[in-house]
Design a protein around this ligand. Structure first.
Ligand SMILES: [Zn+2]
Length: 410
């Protein structure tokens, strides 16, 4: 399995800055040249052509980076173009990359990485001494190091190494053969159902986090509006806003990881072999798409939470399947009639069935997976609530405004 580990970076600041500035410079050169050519001639440069041109322009200049790290920086632009094109092809209004990058993550590919015992040796340009990193203990018996990235963490204002390794471990065998449906929601991040029992994963922190971000952002913007756009004070506030948003995004991501861990643990406890995840095709509803584009959308539009569930499921040997969410929140599991639910509960006007709205979504997703339509499976078991493991520990200090434990500040 491929895994990425984040390790503190002891490289001195000037050196690290210089590396990432060099990467940014190469990226920017390619981007600027690409758009300039396009403006003047209407010709869309090929990746190969742009890279060759860029190498020629820089010939004879002093270099800092390993040849393949330079390649990685150049390729960055066309990779971003490709992503933008994919989004545009499915009808989204995505801009092609156009910004200059003063700093950019430096990437060492496998060819630039050597291992000497417990030390990783990262090559720089010819003639320059390589960078040495002592491998932390937990990474010493990995099969191979695939890639190393030098990443600047904007919230901590420090550099980190992201080390991509092949662990050599095989995925586990599935904990069972059951199908467990997962409904991702706005209020409760996830609800699970195996057809009998329902488990609802709650994480109030995730919501309050979102609300707090919006509120604080509005405050900062209000403060900023008192100054002239582009002035020194305005810029200082802009910096603060950027850093704040970055921090919040990191916290949210951390919580989503904890939620997805809980989802997988719960699914495993239900003896899952397959998880069926509800697929809200919002983007697909707006534009008419072919079958292929629909599949593309299914691969990315539902956010990080689904991605991290899929990824963790894989390691546990559980397969994931996407199932259409159409009418799953409206159909009665007992009689199959449809009505829009109000509030958190669902009560059927035809047969009187009542249950939790999110749990209903999950059981109907299961029904779609098994029978092709919602409303065929009626839950008979209990409904329980679970709070993601690590979030539980943090709950009281977060709510009382007390001191945050170290682990909470991620
Ligand atoms: Zn009913």
């Amino acid at each position: 399995m491929i895994r990425t580990h984040i390790e503190p970076c002891r490289l001195n600041r000037t050196e690290a800055d210089a590396l990432n500035r060099a990467s940014g410079e190469r990226y920017t050169q390619v981007a600027v040249f690409h758009w300039r050519t396009y403006r003047h001639t209407g010709h869309w440069l090929s990746q190969d052509g742009a890279e060759k041109w860029n190498d020629r322009v820089n010939a004879g200049q002093p270099v800092l980076l390993h040849t393949h790290s330079i390649d990685a920086a150049q390729q960055g632009f066309y990779k971003a173009c490709k992503t933008a094109r994919r989004y545009r092809n499915v009808g989204l209004d995505t801009r092609y990359p156009y910004k200059r990058q003063k700093h950019r993550t430096t990437i060492w590919k496998q060819t630039g990485i050597r291992r000497e015992g417990d030390t990783l040796v990262l090559a720089r340009a010819q003639g320059l001494p390589p960078i040495r990193i002592t491998l932390p203990e937990h990474l010493r018996n990995v099969l191979a190091v695939r890639e190393v990235r030098l990443i600047y963490d904007r919230s901590k204002r420090r550099y980190f190494w992201h080390i991509v390794v092949e662990t050599g471990k095989q995925p586990k065998s599935a904990p069972g053969t059951n199908v467990v449906a997962v409904d991702l929601g706005e209020v409760h991040p996830a609800a699970l159902s195996d057809g009998r029992h329902t488990v609802i994963i709650t994480c109030r922190e995730l919501r309050s986090q979102r609300q707090y971000t919006a509120k604080r952002l509005a405050e900062l913007r209000q403060q900023q509006s008192a100054y002239k756009r582009g002035s020194r004070r305005w810029k200082r506030l802009q910096k603060r806003i950027n850093r704040f948003l970055y921090q919040q995004a990191k916290r949210t991501r951390d919580m989503e990881h904890k939620v997805s861990r809980e989802v997988i643990n719960t699914a495993a406890a239900m003896g899952a072999g397959v998880t069926a995840i509800g697929d809200v095709r919002d983007a697909a509803d707006k534009v008419k798409l072919g079958k292929k584009s629909n599949q593309k959308i299914a691969n990315w539009s539902h956010g990080k939470l689904r991605q991290s569930i899929t990824y963790k499921a894989e390691a546990e040997g559980i397969q994931t399947e996407l199932v259409s969410e159409r009418f799953t929140s409206q159909t009665c599991p007992q009689c199959g009639s449809r009505r829009k639910p109000r509030g958190r509960g669902y009560t059927c006007g035809q047969c009187g069935f009542s249950g939790h709205r999110d749990g209903l979504g999950a059981v109907n997703i299961l029904s779609v997976q098994q029978h092709g339509t919602p409303g065929r499976i009626c839950p008979t078991g209990s409904t329980t609530y679970r709070i993601p493991h690590q979030v539980r520990v943090l709950r009281s200090p977060l709510n009382t405004g007390g001191q945050l434990p170290e682990a909470a500040v991620l």
